[in-house]
Design a protein around this ligand. Sequence first.
Ligand SMILES: Nc1nc2c(c(=O)[nH]1)N[C@H]1C(S)=C(S)[C@@H](COP(=O)(O)OP(=O)(O)OC[C@H]3O[C@@H](n4cnc5c(N)ncnc54)[C@H](O)[C@@H]3O)O[C@H]1N2
Ligand code: MOO
Length: 421
Amino acid sequence: MSDCICDTESPAARDGKRMNILMPISAVQAALAREAECLAGIEKLPLALCRGRILASSVTAPLSVPPRDNSAMDGYGLRLTDLDDSAEFPVSQRVPAGVLPPALQPGSAARIFTGAPLPAGVDTIVPQEQVESVGPDRIRINISPTRGQNIRRAGEDVEAGNLLLNEGTRLEAPEMGLLASQGLADINVRTRLKVGILTSGDEIVSPGQELGPGQIYNANAFSLRGALERLGCDVGPAVQIPDSRGATCLALEQAARDHDLIVTSGGVSVGDEDHVRQAIRELGSLTLWGVAMKPGKPFAFGYVGATPVLGLPGNPMAALLTLEVLAGDYIRRLMGVTVRPAIPIRVHAGFSRTRAIPRQEYLRVNLKNWRGQWHATLSGSQGSGLLSVACRADGYLIIPPYQAIIEGAQYEFVHRDQLYR
Ligand SMILES: Nc1nc2c(c(=O)[nH]1)N[C@H]1C(S)=C(S)[C@@H](COP(=O)(O)OP(=O)(O)OC[C@H]3O[C@@H](n4cnc5c(N)ncnc54)[C@H](O)[C@@H]3O)O[C@H]1N2
Ligand code: MOO
């Protein structure tokens, strides 16, 4: 396998007992892209409920916006050539927004307000600050305006008949405003992808319950819910599975019946108590396992029957990062999103490290601006169990495999929010 990386840093590999073969992140993402097809249906929703939804069909503009040439300023409308004769004008009409004015009387000016349609004959708007009142309904223009100034042209925003928004667009603030500006009240959007979360491990207890000896609270059920909901998925109640093959199979089968996608956490590494990977194999197929990513190495992907399963590692930071970084675009595709690549930003490392590892690392960092350039400093210790560090980080600094970190050199940075585009 030419595109695989040997995990020579694992203790087992160092002992020469076993060598994990890890796929590069790009190969995992490409494999997931090949597997991905939209699983979401279509529903019509009132526009007010569409924030975060995905457009299910492209929209053609029914209207031109603005519908007519109109004023961009509160002021006076005139025909520019009339200024050749005199700087003084009688004010012949008053045009508020929302009326259709008569044509301009030659040699006069129209009092006009922002958004009001231009009377025929007006080709220039002079803001009121540049106009002097020289008598009742009489003004003087004290500057030399240019023809066409302060006029918003009909169709300047959108021309009727043109493509307004493409299928697969996520509807956020500007898109909602744009659809409203076209008078569209009900929109065809994708139904929300139904996702089931299964968390594994006998030590895991739900918040609100008493902790027994050796037990910890279920962080992943909530961090993964947060990420999936922010992507726009419909997340059912998380199910906690005990460490047994039978219970794991049962939970996976049930989840596959009720959901479009299953997300599991834990149980994908090599320990005797790690049953998720084997259960996926038994109930369907395990397509991918092992990625050259830190944190996140034991990421798995497969199917239970026809339902896809993202098998995320149990370590909280590894679970969240693999969902965001490896599986983000895959989930978007299942949802019907037309995937746009994250905007790459390069920043300077504000620290160095001689040790290089064979996995691509995602370091939790904060950015500081120093003399006009952005520098990344570690937000804290980088253990893959540590969520507190991620909470105070601005995002992730990406260190390619086998690279040391050189202070001042540039590396790719991805802002946390970019992962939810
Ligand atoms: N011998 C080896 N051991 C491990 C390897 C390896 O290659 N060889 N890989 C390590 C790496 S890297 C990771 S990541 C973890 C992932 O293992 P699993 O996916 O099987 O996860 P678990 O063992 O079930 O749990 C790991 C860790 O995370 C805690 N955890 C699990 N679920 C939750 C949850 N819902 N909320 C909060 N914390 C959770 C769990 O208690 C463990 O501490 O394997 C390494 N081991
Ligand atoms: O792959 Mo893991 O490095 O502990 O998250």
